[in-house]
Design a protein around this ligand. Structure first.
Ligand code: AMP
Ligand code: MN
Ligand code: MN
Length: 320
């Protein structure tokens, strides 16, 4: 069932014990929205656990609560009043789904591709740049004060999902929320410095990846295609796509990583083409200008498949 902002705030207020989670392969918005909501709710006297079924990149260690995020353990069972899934539809949360038992599930998201379902409560606001922006809205709707710890976490998601306030999803409301969060104690420079720093090897890996990028679709698309060997060797690849997105004339940028012999992860960014439409063709999703999917194909086939899909989108003008 689709909920309104005040119904969602009421659901959070009614619960005494909560488990929060977000998507696997977590980004700043997944981590920031779960931790930020945890701090807001704890200030209201609630007991809150954050479970994320993945490793959390070390750059996020500046966020208060980083240390208490944990992975669901084998055979574990947690009871709570309310289970909240943030920044994704409810099927991308790994093993967390199996260990949490709650009479009610609440999904809070900003991806327009989230279809919801009739079993779960969904609060979806695709006009918000980040799920962290929605958590800020919810804190206001609950009349809750935003502690400094929450401000740091929520600012992080605003920053990372907008490319540090450069992408078209950053709206006036996003900047107002950011300003409020800075008033509440968020330190933008501390966050951006912590997230910017990279191990030397990552910069070397970027060099290797950029040396092999390919232009296609008459120069309107650029791709980096990493074999299973490269994907296994390279620890952090998230920033690669930003470096080919900026090439003059390129509309769609894609990074494909081969994770297993028959499984490749695809990330896409665009200037005009609706890449979420490409991603949903392959059961993925995301936003108009940032989307992703997983292809259950071997490397070469996956590479050809996604290149053909992008070429079609450009040729047919899937503009949004
Ligand atoms: P990424 O390229 O991984 O940074 O993802 C870009 C956007 O697409 C993010 O908002 C993701 O949440 C979304 N996304 C990525 N992969 C998937 C997927 N397999 N299914 C649904 N949404 C996805
Ligand atoms: Mn996310
Ligand atoms: Mn997000």
């Amino acid at each position: 069932m689709k909920l309104t902002l005040s119904e969602t705030a009421a659901a959070l207020q009614a619960a005494r014990t909560l488990v929060l989670t977000a998507h696997v392969n977590p980004d700043g918005d997944a981590i920031g929205s779960t931790l930020g909501l945890k701090h807001v709710l704890e200030a209201l006297g609630k007991r809150v656990t954050v479970l994320l079924d993945d490793d959390i990149p070390a750059g996020f260690a500046v966020l208060p609560g980083y240390d208490v995020i944990r992975r669901p353990a084998e055979g574990e069972s947690i009871d709570c009043d309310l289970f909240v899934v943030l920044d994704t539809m409810t099927d991308r949360i790994g093993k967390t789904a199996e260990v949490v038992h709650a009479p009610r599930l609440l999904n809070i998201d900003h991806h327009h591709t989230n279809p919801g379902n009739n079993k779960e409560d969904l609060y979806l606001d695709a006009s918000r740049a980040a799920t962290c922006e929605i958590v800020y809205d919810l804190a206001k709707a609950m009349n809750a004060t935003i502690p400094e710890s929450a401000a740091m976490c929520l600012y992080t998601g605003l920053a990372t999902d907008t490319g540090f306030f450069r992408f078209s999803n950053a709206a006036a409301h996003t900047y107002r929320a950011a300003a409020d969060l800075i008033d509440a104690g968020a330190q933008p420079n501390v966050i951006s410095e912590a997230l910017e720093i990279k191990p030397m090897q990552t910069v070397k890996d970027l060099g290797e990846a950029l040396a092999q990028f390919e232009l296609f679709a008459d120069g309107k698309a650029a791709g980096i295609f990493l074999t299973q060997e490269q994907t296994a060797r390279m620890e952090s690849t998230e920033t690669f796509i930003g470096h080919i997105r900026v090439i003059d004339g390129v509309d769609v940028a894609v990074v494909l990583k081969c994770k297993e012999p028959q499984l490749c992860r695809v990330s896409m960014r665009s200037k005009r083409v609706d890449v979420s439409r490409i991603a949903t063709q392959f059961d993925g999703g995301g936003h108009v200008r940032a989307a992703g999917c997983t292809l259950k194909l071997p490397f070469e086939e996956a590479r050809k498949t996604i290149m053909a899909a992008i070429e079609q989108a450009i040729r047919e003008g899937w503009i949004a």
